[in-house]
Unconditional design. Sequence first.
Length: 269
Amino acid sequence: MSDTPSVRAFEHADIDRVGEVAESSMTASYALSPGDLETIHEEEFTSDALRERAADPDVDIAVGEVDGVVAGFVETSVQGDHGVVRWLHVDPERRGRGVGTTLFEHAVADLDDRTDEVRGLVLASNTAAGQFFERFDFQAVDERTIDVGGRETVLYEYADQSTDESASDAGTSGDAADADDATAVTHADLPDTVTDADGETVHLGTDTLRGSDGQFVPTYADAAREDAYGYYCTNCAETDVTMDSMERLNCRRCGNTHTPGDEYDGSYL
């Protein structure tokens, strides 16, 4: 037997297994409530929903196998002149074997042959997914608010930055034009210093961590940014952020959260 992942077209016999992979993957990776996870699964990964999308000529679903077992899947669609990587999930028990990378590269190569630009969608609640995209020269170019089970959450849109054309055109067509929040938070948008609840001035760093409702920025007690202080929540512009023993961040003012990503090969929206 081989540990090398293989990719093949989705078949109707895969429906139950794909639903199982999606459910376990979201449970392991998404900072969402059980109710929100159930809502996504019922809307996207029931047998009827998968059959309907599989019959759509603009949608393609491929599965990745390891030793004959479906270990993950990727779903893409064509929207006008660009392609979208919409879903990519890997069984948590089979992560670390290159399944996500193999599926992603397969999806991008296929869309490159059929469209002018490739984009990807990431729920903010899946905090490691953006890092996965960035490994392939994709960068966040847009964010917008969507409804998940009656609760607003942030959706990031990534575009391939490996060509000048995609960098200049990203975020100017398709769904990006209708975004509620047209621009992702960048360091240029942030102040150099902020005042915490105790009246102390703290200095913002240059890195960011993706959260469920916005980004977190590390803060420092000194201008040289050597003495780590805490975190600043961009969603509510406050520093009332806690970190637990698992390095999970929680903003006590607005409920924005960040959960460190697993060592994994992709499991995201």
